[in-house]
Design a binder for this molecule. Structure first.
Ligand code: SF4
Length: 714
């Protein structure tokens, strides 16, 4: 606190879902520093490099300051009144012509809980469109479906203390060292103290894999084969909790019959991991008193993603490693408020994990919203379905909020064709940004630090962040923009909040009695107690560290059918038996390499913030491809040389990094980079030119981790 500031404003980091507590230093009305909150129960004052420099994202010269409308091919500054009138007139004309299905909304995992709530109310209760989705579809949709299919409802069962208390950490398809840095620091801290054993299952030699006790370098797309083989060993070695299985689950007989076909030798054949290593991993996990599994996009964006998430839950259920200290399956979400979005009904569900197909749930929501129940759609479409609807001429108006599909969605050639065709409204904090090239209307929004609201982190902890500074120019918070649109659509009363906490209070009414009950929380409590984990049903309730501590699952009526037909009887969890399936595209003679895409520590999502922060951008200013030294030799390419990476969908030109972090026959391309100039070939770097348009059948999450490519010398 030696920095000269006028005040330190209590807040929460706006990047990843770890949810570190921090203060924003303000001097003369400008953010000038960030400091970790030493009382935070999450990060105890420490921050990673992204959090530390987050205040610099507020000052970028490209901050959007005025609404704009495309006139004669160019976006021209206009007043808010003109922009919103044009917006609402155009949307209304399309609704008159095609019904509310003609309108789509694609948003983000980076709004605030209050904003998701308001947007869900606007989209489902006023516009009445089934076309609402968020980039959280790319992030943790498979984990959500996995939780629902196993336990009957969404929600991570464990908490951060489980990482501290686990004897064994099984990290599958996750790289917390780069994606969740403070969580990784916490893991290393307790490992030094408690000698935690770490098993990493990942095709790449990531940082966690380098320090692990056991690295299972499985072939891309083979998570199911590995887990089935591990479960085979657990059962055959008697390392299962029969009491837990009999009293609290169903489906064990089918599971046991299926995994009989997955002895470790078959696991080796399918995954490429030696059978003895599979056995070693299963024995380490099974013989430990406590074990926690962490997983992220290597599961959620991979082959059979939802099935893999359910199998991870199964691993914990059959070994009795759930609902007690040090024992949990733990999905690591990506963005700071992805969890908030799913809690309040920003996409698939209705607020409080309610089922949109259930008329009683629609009635309960409509009553609190004071809106017409008949307008609320019974189901929603995911973003790839919405893109297909644009292609079919059924969706003519798309509102993109706080996300950048021109970098982040797979199969870019088609995505860009669709965006060219639709009437596009882009609401963002920066201009220019890639997706805005296609915009007919642009709305400038406030960002982190410029608005007040709540963030739920990945252990269900709801944190508060207060507005520290004003947005530049005429930027408005997303909440105010949603309120203005609601009023212009004739529902002023339903959007008549003066402060974000009034929105939070309205949401609390809908959360009451639900699994994610926040009715005992207030902004003041969230600040004083440094966040509270849901459920928190009363103002004197401390919050809940762990779910399912009594082995009772699906205790809430109607949750089981929330998003499907999972009527789990007697409060039991379901053990799903899932066979391995080969990915739809595998390397062949034309495209001989496995292509893996992912994140690196310097950047966040599509770099809209991080590329503007020199301290972050300096080490990773451009896209690249990691190639194994053996393959580089065979291709006669050198470190630093520019090459063309080509798939059946498209190509990019990037520099080579010759590294043993990828196995022979595999390459890795970070997904953060957009095309620096779409017309200049050597600046075409968006990894999603290459990725496959193929979605998981349950979660509809695109499979970005597994496809095939070749490397061409230029
Ligand atoms: Fe922010 Fe995540 Fe870094 Fe914490 S670990 S400072 S939440 S980016």
């Amino acid at each position: 606190r030696e920095i000269d500031v006028d005040e330190w404003v209590y807040s929460t980091c706006g990047y990843c879902s770890v949810g570190c507590g921090l203060y924003i230093g303000v001097k003369d009305g400008e953010a000038v520093a960030v400091e970790g909150n030493s009382d935070s129960l999450v990060n105890k004052g420490k921050l990673c490099i992204k959090g530390l420099y987050e205040w610099k994202a507020l000052h970028a010269p490209e901050r959007a300051t005025s609404p704009m409308i495309r006139k004669n091919g160019k976006l021209e500054p206009v007043s808010w009144d003109e922009a919103l009138s044009h917006f609402v007139d155009k949307m209304q004309r399309i609704i008159d012509e095609k019904g509310s299905e003609g309108v789509g909304i694609y948003h983000t995992g980076q709004l605030l809980l209050e904003e998701y709530y308001a947007l869900g109310k606007l989209a489902k209760g006023v516009i009445g469109t089934p076309n609402i989705d968020a980039n959280t579809r790319l992030c943790m949709a498979s984990a959500v479906q996995g939780y629902i299919r196993s336990f009957g409802t969404d929600g991570p069962p464990g908490c951060y203390e489980d990482l501290d208390q686990a004897e064994v950490l099984f990290i599958i398809g996750a790289n917390p060292a780069e994606m969740h840095p403070q969580l990784w620091q916490r893991i290393l801290h307790y490992r030094a103290e408690k000698k935690t054993k770490i098993i990493v299952a990942d095709p790449r030699l990531t940082l966690p894999a380098q320090v692990a006790d056991l690295h299972l370098a499985l072939r891309p797309g083979t998570n199911i084969a590995l887990l089935n083989a591990m479960i085979h060993v657990l059962i055959s070695e008697g390392l299962i909790d029969l009491e837990m299985i009999e009293a609290h689950t169903h489906g064990f007989a089918e599971l046991k019959a299926l995994v009989e076909d997955y002895p470790p030798e078959r696991g080796e054949e399918l995954t490429g991991v030696p059978a003895k290593r599979i056995i070693e991993a299963a024995l380490l996990f099974g013989r430990s008193a406590t074990a926690t599994t962490l997983y992220c996009q290597g599961v959620n964006q991979s082959m059979s993603a939802t099935d893999t998430a359910t199998l991870i839950n199964t691993l914990h259920l059959i070994s009795g490693k759930i609902g007690k200290p040090g024992c949990t399956p733990f999905s690591l979400t990506g963005q700071s408020t992805s969890m908030s979005n799913r809690e309040v009904g920003g996409t698939t569900s209705l607020p409080g994990f309610r089922n949109p197909m259930n008329p009683e749930h629609r009635r309960e929501v409509a009553e609190i919203w004071k809106l017409d129940q008949e307008k609320i759609p019974c189901q929603t479409n995911d973003i790839m379905k919405m893109m297909a609807l644009i292609g079919e001429g059924k969706l003519d108006f798309l509102w993109v909020i706080g996300t950048n599909p021109v970098v982040s969605l797979p199969d870019q050639r088609k995505i860009r064709e669709y965006l060219d065709r639709v009437f596009l409204v882009v609401q963002d904090v920066y201009y220019p940004m890639e997706t805005a090239q296609y915009a007919d209307i642009f709305l400038p929004a406030a960002q982190w630090g410029e608005k007040t609201g709540t963030y739920t982190n990945l252990e269900r902890r709801v944190n508060i962040g207060y507005q520290a500074v004003k947005p530049p120019g005429n930027g408005k918070s997303d909440l105010i923009i949603f309120q203005e649109v609601g009023k212009r659509l004739g529902e002023g009363e339903a959007f008549n909040w003066n402060e974000p906490e009034e929105v939070f209070n309205e949401w609390k009414l809908l959360s009451k009695g639900r699994p994610n009950d926040m009715s005992g929380m207030t902004y003041l409590r969230l600040e004083k107690e440094h966040g509270i984990r849901w459920p928190c049903p009363a103002t004197n309730h401390p919050g809940t560290a762990r779910l399912y501590t009594q082995g009772i699952f699906n205790t809430f009526e109607c949750i089981a059918e929330a998003y499907g037909d999972f009527n789990h009887f007697e409060g039991r969890a379901k053990l799903w038996a899932v066979p391995y399936q080969q990915p739809p595209e595998i390397p062949d003679s034309d495209y001989p390499f496995w292509l893996n895409t992912g994140s690196i520590i310097e950047h966040y999502h599509t770099r809209t913030k991080t590329k503007r922060i020199p301290e972050l951008n300096i080490t990773a200013p451009e896209g690249y491809v990691e190639v194994n030294p053996q393959d580089a030799k065979g291709l006669q390419i050198q470190d630093g040389e520019k090459v063309r990476v080509v798939s059946r969908r498209g190509w990019i030109e990037v520099g080579v990094r010759v590294r043993n972090t990828v196995s022979p026959g595999q390459v890795f391309v970070p997904f953060h980079f957009g095309d620096l100039d779409p017309l200049e070939a050597h600046l075409k770097q968006a990894a999603n030119h290459l990725t496959l348009n193929w979605v998981d059948p349950f979660s509809k999450q695109p499979m970005m981790k597994v496809s095939a490519c070749r490397i061409e010398k230029i």
